[in-house]
Design a protein around this ligand. Structure first.
Ligand code: G3P
Length: 226
């Protein structure tokens, strides 16, 4: 099971890596545009920090030849464990066939329907990235779309894995974790909500305060141990 961060801000990436076991970073052109720095330099910083973890970079090209060219350049620049994100429209699917055959890791992105996911799997994508929240915003059920994609994988023995993306809350992530979905990429804000519960902090404070009552000098466990 993989947990990735959907962000290109190096400060956020370092913070999340410090606290959680993270398997890599996903980016997209919008995320890169928000960093206020040259995108190639941002990606370089990320690659240097995450070392050999997965780095997902989206192509901007839309026509077949340019997607192929751009994908190869991305992998050449950022190394082997770089996944090229290709939007799974008709042109993208054509390119995925070629790029996957050439051995490049492809994440078929902008997945809004199980049929799109199926075609990306057939084309050889390693990951398909359904957009849960964006599907919900269209009036459909993002979680249900992911479950249908998982059924397609199981029923047809595809090697492709789901990298679920676009969340608006941690409960959507949790629901899919319970379904055994392979991977998730979440924003910094959503990750910060994973363990953001005042009840937990209050319970911890109560435990500590009760212990400190043992001794008027408020000795901690460390004091007793030393
Ligand atoms: O990286 C693509 C996907 O995560 C988009 O997410 O939050 O912009 O819908 P969002």
């Amino acid at each position: 099971m993989k947990l990735l961060l959907d962000d290109a801000n190096i400060k956020n990436i370092k913070e999340v890596y410090e606290y959680y076991k993270i398997d890599g970073v996903t980016t997209n052109p919008t995320i890169l545009s928000k960093q206020g720095e040259k995108p190639l330099e941002v990606l370089k910083k990320i690659r240097n920090f995450i070392k050999d973890d997965q780095l997902h970079i989206q192509v901007l090209s839309k026509d077949y030849d340019s997607i192929i060219k751009e994908s190869n350049l991305i992998v050449k620049e950022y190394g082997n464990n770089t996944f090229v994100k290709i939007p799974a429209n008709k042109g993208g699917l054509k390119a995925i066939k070629k790029i996957a055959k050439d051995g490049i890791n492809v994440t078929a992105t902008a997945i809004y329907s199980p049929m799109q996911a199926f075609l990306a799997m057939k084309a050889g994508a390693k990951y398909v990235a359904p957009y849960i929240n964006r599907i919900d915003n269209l009036g459909y059920d993002g979680i249900l779309v992911v479950k249908k994609i998982q059924n397609i994988i199981d029923a047809n023995n595809f090697d492709t894995k789901i990298l679920a993306a676009s969340f608006k809350n941690s409960n959507q992530v949790l629901e899919l974790i319970q379904c055994g979905i392979y991977g998730f990429t979440c924003s910094f804000d959503i990750m910060n909500k994973f363990v953001d519960d005042k009840n937990v902090d209050s319970a911890i404070d109560d435990f500590v305060n009760d212990f400190l009552k043992l001794d008027s000098n408020k000795k901690t466990m460390i004091d007793y141990l030393l």
